[in-house]
Design a protein around this ligand. Structure first.
Ligand code: HEM
Length: 304
């Protein structure tokens, strides 16, 4: 991969700094405007009517079951590998290795693309396991909205977040409405869009004119990359909020299955970050991708 990017000129640096300062200023204006509006009786009564929670039926078991912790970790792990191999697929000028199917001789691809598809499949299997157990266990009530009130409540949570006067969280018992909507969107909307558009772009999709009319490849291409950006945006905000709203307690919820404040969850989370860094490095190497790729077809490594 080329690293010979031109150095920015000093004008670009100054423009960049002014741009960053303008964004910070706009954010502050946003915070103070929302704070001023929150003083009005209309917005006060809106927040009182819709405090921002997403209550779940009485008697629902509190907490995060072990299957959620495991699938949540694997999801993040595979997502990191998908993004890394996806970057390789988009930027690599010359393949470092080729994989070809033993059954369908015409089916050939770079090892980077094979790696991308392989982690896609693992990510999908993990997602299906999560959704099946979600409904089998009854945990679905936490992330699937069942009332239209979720929309005004989510708006109320957003207003409270923007005002920096954050709502009290009881996420061990139930998420707030904005969390519920975003978790629902990521699991039941973004993930299927990523999977379907990815399949359409892959060598496994049918090539007939009828398919091209029904679901053109260029439409899939237009959707696939922005979906990845949506995932990245979600993760930045999600992890940012996990850390800003009681990091140790939140991490204990997801990584240790308890509602206490201790360093256990943080320790497990840190170990998963180490695994992600190792995975990130592993999928950059064609000789590593080649090992599992050989089980499914013929592999030829190119001299660099
Ligand atoms: C590695 C960074 C991540 C950290 C530290 C993290 C942390 C957390 C925590 C602490 C919770 C529980 C929130 C609470 O109890 O208040 C949670 C829930 C959730 N996270 Fe993440 N997360 C990460 C990555 C991701 C990614 C990559 C996705 C999806 C693309 C994701 C999707 C979700 C979903 C759907 C839930 C709700 C799970 C349920 O209760 O069924 N997270 N996360």
């Amino acid at each position: 991969m080329s690293t010979n990017r031109p150095r920015p000129t000093w004008i670009q640096v100054v423009v960049g700094l002014f741009g960053a300062a303008a964004i910070v200023l706009l954010c502050w204006i946003g915070v103070f405007t929302v704070r001023a509006l929150l003083g009005t009786p209309e917005l006060q009564s809106f927040i009182t009517t819709y405090p921002g929670g997403a209550p779940i039926p009485e008697g629902t078991k509190e907490g995060i079951p072990a299957f959620v912790s495991w699938t949540h970790f694997l999801n993040a792990f595979f997502l990191v590998l998908i993004i890394r191999t996806g970057i390789r697929v988009r930027t690599e000028k010359r393949a470092g290795g080729l994989w070809s199917s033993k059954k369908v001789k015409k089916r050939r691809m770079s090892l980077a693309l094979w790696g991308h598809l392989a982690v896609d499949v693992l990510w999908l299997v993990n997602g299906v396991v999560f959704v099946v157990l979600l409904f089998a266990s009854g945990h679905w009530v936490r992330i699937v909205p069942t009332s239209w009130d979720v929309f005004p409540n989510a708006l109320s949570t957003l207003i409270q977040y923007v005002s920096l006067d954050w709502p009290t969280e009881h996420s061990w018992a139930n998420y707030n409405a904005l969390q519920q909507l975003m978790y629902f969107a990521i699991v039941f909307f973004a993930a299927p869009v990523a999977a379907v558009t990815g399949w359409r772009l892959s060598a496994f999709a049918p090539k007939s004119p009828a398919w091209e009319r029904a679901f053109p490849v260029h439409v899939a291409k237009r959707l696939h990359f922005p979906t990845m950006l949506f995932f990245v945006g979600f993760v930045i905000v999600h992890v940012g909020l996990v850390f800003a709203t009681g990091a140790l307690r939140n991490l204990n919820h997801m990584y240790a299955g308890t509602d206490s404040v201790s360093w256990t969850g943080f320790g497990i989370f840190s170990a998963t970050v180490v695994l992600m860094v190792i995975g990130w490095g592993a999928v950059r190497r064609d000789d590593w991708i080649a090992r599992p790729a050989k089980w499914f077809g013929d592999v030829r490594l190119m001299k660099r």
